[in-house]
Every structure is written in C-alpha cells, then in structure tokens.
Design a protein around this ligand. Sequence first.
Ligand SMILES: O=C(O)CCC(=O)C(=O)O
Ligand SMILES: [Fe+2]
Length: 327
Amino acid sequence: MEKESAEAVLNCIDLSKVNIQQSVNLLKQSCTDSGFFYIINHGISQEFMDKVFDQSQKFFNLPLNEKMKVLRNDHNRGYTPLLDEILDPQNQLHGDFKEGYYIGVEANDSLDHKPFHGPNLWPASDVLPGWRETMEEYQRQALEVGRAVAKIIALALDLDANFFDKPETLGDPIAILRLLHYQDKISEPSQGLYAAGAHTDYGLITLLATDDVPGLQICKDKEAKPQIWEDVTPLKGAFIVNLGDMLERWSNCSFKSTLHRVIGNGQERYSIAYFLEPGHDCLVECLPTCKSDANPPKFAPIYYRDYLSQRYKETHADLLVYDKQQS
Ligand SMILES: O=C(O)CCC(=O)C(=O)O
Ligand SMILES: [Fe+2]
C-alpha cells in the first residue's frame, strides 16, 4: 500500500494584478519548487466555464456508437475511448480509466500535411447544438490566458516579455484542448490501475480546469525513491497550471516539468486540459539566459513536431486496433 498523501501547497498567481513583478517572483518560486501553480482572475468567467463543462458532459453522455463516429483521426483530433491511452506503460496494467476528446487549432490548408494540424472532428450540430461554438470560444479565451502566463514565464527566465510570442512559437501554436471524463472507478496503484498514469506533459504549459472531485496528484521529485505523491486540491474558478517537458528542455532544466497522475476515488470526474505548445516549426534550443560556460546546454536542439510525434506514439493505442474491433 502507498502511504496516504499530503496536500500540496501551491502558489496562487492573480493575473489581474497590475504589479507584474510580484507575479514573476511567485511564478519563479513555483517553477523551481513544484512546477505547478494556480492562476486566478484569468478573465474567463465562471458562467462560461460552467457552460464548457456542461457541453463536455453532454458529449460523454452520448451512446458509444455516437461517440465512435468522431473517433480520433490520424491528425489526433476527436474521441479517445476508455483505456485508449496508457501514460505510464511501465507501471500500468491497463490503459487509463478515462475517455477524452481532442480539439486542435482548426485546419489551415497550407499546414495540412503536418501531424498536429488538420481538420477537427465535431459532433453533429443536431446531436449537440452549439457544441462546436462553445469549444471554439473556449479555445480563443484559453489561448489568451496561456499567452499571458507565457509572458510571466519569459520574464521569470530573464527574457523579453514577448519572447514566446514569435510566429513559430505561440504565434501559431499547437494548442490542444482535451476534454476528459474519468470513470467512477477506484484506482489501485499497487495493481497498476490508475485513472491517469504518471506522466509529465509535453509542451510549454498546461492550463487545467477540473470539477470539484479530487484526484490529481503531483510528485515534486521525479528521481526520489520511493516517490512522494501530494494531492492538488481543486480551487473553484482557478486554473491549475503546470510546466511541460519542452519548457524544461528549453530552460536547460531551470524550470522542470513535474510528474503527475490521477487517482480515482470511486466518483466520476470531469476535467479540461489545454495544452499550450510551440508550433511545428519551432526549433527548441537552450534559451540564451539559461546557459553559461559552467552550465552548457544539456539537450540538442529539436523541432517541436518531431518531439511531439514521438511522445504520442509512445502513449496512444495504434488506430488500427479500432479497425479490428469494428470488423
Ligand atoms: O485530469 C486531470 O486532473 C489531469 C489531466 C492530465 O494531467 C493530462 O491530461 O495531461
Ligand atoms: Fe498531464
């Protein structure tokens, strides 16, 4: 049995604060401590958040055959059934006890050949009226929030505030909205059964909105043995923000991505993750402010598209399994 976990104490950054330096200091401290923090007063209204959660729930309540009509395509858009994803293959017996729905940046013809650009899949409008419009509006608002957080990150890394706004970075990001629905199962870590296996996120930052059912846990020190897991308490109206692996690589490990997982307590749970990631053509190489003679770059430069394709291959079922199941 694992020990009962304690509650993680996370900083809370108020995005409406005029004094940005205070936010920069708080963020810097969070990024070197846990890589997780809350943001409040981010500008997305509670009323609108409730609407997004309501639409998400409506989708997952549809019969399976309706959901399978929008099964994830090879651009990684659409529905991911229960157990599709296995985030921590070494420790998981089964895929995650969750179903999801990926929505990306809407297709742009000139980029169609790229694996993370392309057409979204949408449930038919007579089945879920207004669904697409709600999700598209959420994408717009979440991108604004993400860019505001990226500015504070840039300042915390002694970069120009607009460093991440370049066209190939957050000017044309791979921003992925993912609706999640966890089954009402109790996780059994000792038996390799998780709502979501331990993982780090891939990109720059993730903005996570959850309902009030707990379950998210973080492990501040990836290398510690045994690992120590702390609960992240949902905070009404706040986003839980965490740093992704690309930022760790970019910052030469000054800002680390943090291992996290979801433990089911027998209650259904809904969450919505917005993964803000650089564009396909962004060459991620050690930031100028994060290297010196004494601290040379630890990683080779890499195009973000190559990195992300590899990570998806490692963690998602091959789409061919669904052809087999349906034939
Ligand atoms: O649902 C959650 O609380 C976390 C989800 C998550 O970590 C992810 O989708 O990457
Ligand atoms: Fe995650």
